[in-house]
Design a protein around this ligand. Sequence first.
Ligand SMILES: C[S@@+](CC[C@H](N)C(=O)[O-])C[C@H]1O[C@@H](n2cnc3c(N)ncnc32)[C@H](O)[C@@H]1O
Length: 262
Amino acid sequence: MPNNTNSDNANSASREYFNANARKYAASEVHRHGPSLPVLLAYAAPTPQDRALDVATGTGNTAHALSPQVGKVVGLDLAEGMLAHARQRAQDDGQTNASFMVGSAEEIPFPDASFTLVTSRHAPHHFLHLDRFLAEAFRVLKGGGRLVIADQISPTPAVQLWMDKYQTMRDPSHHTQRTVEAWQELAQAAGFVWTQHTLVPYRLDFAWWTAQSGCTPETVERLRAHADALSEAEQQAAGLEYGGGELVAHHEQMMVVRLEKR
Ligand SMILES: C[S@@+](CC[C@H](N)C(=O)[O-])C[C@H]1O[C@@H](n2cnc3c(N)ncnc32)[C@H](O)[C@@H]1O
């Protein structure tokens, strides 16, 4: 287990952003019931024998869904404000096998081979060092364990460059949303076997998406200008939806993947 201090400093943007917006994330239907969740659960195939870890659990949506199906689940996150909502919901639902603690995806505070299942949903695009997270997930899994991820991806490296600027303007804790090919390289380098993946479409309404992050009117205008500067073909490639000449939403693919430690 590496030492915590470096990544704690580097991750302060995520901690600040999510502590400030925790209440909105706890209420967000996109996060509570978005369509990546049932796919992730199907890929994870949880059993009562599982000891599960949900990394970057946020307000605990994945951990709560796993709790009735596994022996034990731990939710890990940088932001105490998000974890407070996760704990309250687990308590309200009588989920006594679910616990929540502060910690970093890049320095998971558990010994080797502690879990049979690791999950992370709608979060790895925030991680500054995806390679370290994958190495840590591999380390804390027992042989035969699986890592199931759901996260937004970019269709091409060019869209990734544009999209990272767009996303970071809206939420400074966004880091990067890679292509499936880049994910495959990193997962295999960490030692995982890539067994199956699928893409789940999401439509994010522009008014909701900017309100969710507490964007100021100036930031909303900058986002519109960033989108309007693209050609029509580029706007299509980036998944932007216009209505009446105005940006109304963007579409993105959520990759769900099952990786195995064999
Ligand atoms: C969109 S939210 C969580 C979504 C949640 N997994 C769900 O399914 O609803 C992303 C979370 O990632 C956490 N996060 C970002 N970077 C992290 C890191 N390096 N280690 C642990 N948590 C991190 C944030 O604090 C935030 O709570």
